[in-house]
Design a protein around this ligand. Structure first.
Ligand code: ZN
Length: 142
């Protein structure tokens, strides 16, 4: 971990029917942006999210098989095993206004989505396995 300079700031409309997690990855990777963060709003046709069970150190998947508004999707971009890694959390509003949310997984299908992305310049931020949490996290600042 460390300090970064501000790189490109971009707005991008993601494509209808694309997978949200993969489209977010593509928005950064295709431009050569290795580190950054984003927010996104829009709507999904259906979603797959997860809740991390800290005791068992496993993700429990939650399917949302209906259209929902993306109230907020926030996340970061770093590198894991020489590939672009997206870590995103999403808050969704269902048709009755109730809210569900969690860790964004593949399997979330875009209805419409607008992304505000920021590239950070500097040494690419790396993820690695953290034995305490069981997660692939950034290293602590030394
Ligand atoms: Zn997460």
């Amino acid at each position: 971990m460390g300090s970064f300079g501000l790189g490109q700031v971009f707005l991008e409309r993601l494509r209808h029917d694309d997978d949200l997690l993969l489209a977010l990855k593509k928005a950064f990777k295709d431009n050569g942006y290795t580190t950054g963060f984003f927010t996104a709003i829009g709507a999904v046709k259906r979603a797959k999210i997860a809740y991390y069970e800290q005791g068992s150190q496993a993700y429990r998947e939650i399917a949302i098989p209906e259209p929902a508004e993306i109230l907020s999707c926030v996340g970061d971009i770093s590198q894991l095993e020489e590939d672009t890694a997206v870590h995103a959390h999403i808050t969704l509003s269902l048709s009755d206004g109730t809210v569900r949310g969690g860790h964004l997984l593949k399997g979330t299908v875009i209805f419409a989505c607008e992304v505000f992305g920021v590239e950070l310049k500097g040494e690419a931020l790396q993820r690695g396995f953290d034995a305490v949490t069981g997660l692939k996290l950034w290293a602590y600042k030394t």
